[in-house]
Design a binder for this molecule. Structure first.
Ligand code: APR
Ligand code: PHB
Length: 395
């Protein structure tokens, strides 16, 4: 196969994982080419979760991506956990000395695109038919059709599979050499975006007999909400009126004088919930990072944070591999990354199963007991705070 492009690392996917990887590699003098099936506009505008944990913010700041985050991000001390007639604040700063930031992951993506574009990063958008070759050799390749319909081949030292949950990379790891772990949940999230000032200073996670609800936010004038809905729900089944009614009931409008302000809804999307891990996260010269290797349900907002943590480990490993032919960090990448992946997989599963309403009255009593313990006991609250605000990278 004759290659018309040559680089050190070919990165499949221009999501947060792929773009941050190209940024960190460039800072250490490693060249990369990024391939992306979607258009730049699409990637820069898709709606994503809105919480950055402490170590994500620390990393973005340390690599020169913290400027707008500093100006526009909103630092939160903690979250509210509630169930009917009770609302409790969990203060992460008091409990762990760490906090979280409300800064849309869409904004992180835009900052990454701006930084990489300004640096002259080679990014091929709107590519098709991406195929991986020779990943068990030291010179793997990726073929693709570019935006002008030309068939191209890029030869590299390493392929980074940052292509999310539907990309081709993870399937390249032979079945006999990998394992897939999965949990599907019997409910989905219905995400709602509204042009309204948040009715709360920090996020509210609400358990309710009708189903879970979350009050989040994007800015002083934009709020984000989620409702637990049955699998198979379609946005058109829910009028704006029905949405506001459900949010008011589940979030406790009228209780202790708290009020939910309503306004025009600008977006409605149903999101499936899934936990998924593929192990190991490396095969030969293919390294997986972010959603390509693992998916968490959104309760706890770990998706992007976990992708950032992967890349923080992967970048120095690839720098050593490519520059010094030193494969020690590359060899330990998967095991090290998976320790955090499983911690976050457990935390996301735990938050999800504690807060979502099911069919079983026994489960309901366990959930309420767990919520009481987490909010009343310093040990319980600290466990939640430590996981939510995020353990240090390398934990
Ligand atoms: N060729 C090139 N690019 C591809 C291909 C392919 N065959 N298949 C998928 N992609 C692209 C997708 O279009 C997407 O832009 O890979 C990118 C993967 O990006 P994300 O889905 O954002 O995944 P990741 O970068 O791992 O981000 C992790 O960030 O915002 C959060 O919730 C999000 O959990 C996710 C997290
Ligand atoms: C969001 O703001 O989109 C968000 C916040 C917290 C979550 C999930 C999503 O747990």
């Amino acid at each position: 196969m004759t290659a018309d492009l040559r680089t050190q690392v070919v990165i499949i996917g221009a999501g947060p994982a792929g773009m941050l990887l190209s940024h960190l590699l460039a800072a250490d003098g490693v060249e990369s080419i990024v391939l992306e099936t979607r258009s730049q506009d699409y990637v820069a505008s898709r709606i994503r979760a809105g919480i950055l944990e402490q170590s994500t913010v620390d990393l973005l700041r340390s690599c020169g991506l913290g400027e707008r985050l500093e100006r526009e991000g909103d630092r939160h001390r903690g979250i509210y956990l509630q169930w009917p007639h009770e609302r409790h604040h969990i203060d992460f700063v008091d409990l762990t000395g760490r906090s979280v930031w409300v800064y849309g992951q869409t904004e992180v993506q835009k900052d990454l695109i701006d930084a990489r574009t300004a640096a002259g990063q080679q990014i091929h958008y709107e590519v098709a038919e991406t195929n991986l070759h020779d990943i068990e050799s030291v010179h793997p390749a990726v073929t693709f059709t570019d935006v002008d319909g030309r068939r191209r081949t890029v030869r590299a030292d390493v392929v980074a599979g940052c292509d999310g949950s539907f990309g081709p990379s993870r399937d390249q790891v032979p079945q006999h050499a990998s394992h897939r772990w999965e949990r599907v949940y019997p409910y989905s999230w219905f995400g709602i975006l509204a042009d309204v000032a948040p009715s709360t200073d920090e996020l509210i996670y609400a358990w309710h007999g009708d189903g879970f609800a979350l009050h989040s936010m994007r800015s002083a004038t934009v709020s984000r909400f989620y409702l637990q809905v049955p699998n198979g729900t379609e946005s058109k089944d829910w009028s704006d009126e029905r949405i506001w009614e459900a949010l008011a009931t589940r979030l406790g409008h009228g209780q202790d004088g708290w009020e939910l302000t309503t306004a025009p809804i600008t977006d409605k999307t149903v999101l499936p919930m899934r936990s998924f891990v593929q192990t190991p996260m490396r095969h030969g010269r293919l390294f997986l990072a972010g959603d390509a290797a693992h998916i968490v349900p959104p309760t706890g907002a770990k998706g992007l944070n976990l992708a950032v943590a992967d890349v923080a480990l992967l970048a120095p490993a690839l720098v050593d591999l490519v520059h010094k032919d030193d494969d020690r960090l590359a060899d330990s990448y998967s095991d090290t990354a998976l320790r955090r992946v499983w911690r976050c997989t457990h935390f996301s599963w735990w938050m999800t199963t504690m807060l979502h309403h099911g069919q079983d009255p026994f489960d309901e009593q366990l959930q309420l007991s767990q919520l009481r313990w987490v909010t009343a006991s310093k040990a319980g609250a600290t466990g939640l705070a430590e996981n939510y605000a995020g353990l240090p990278i390398g934990f």
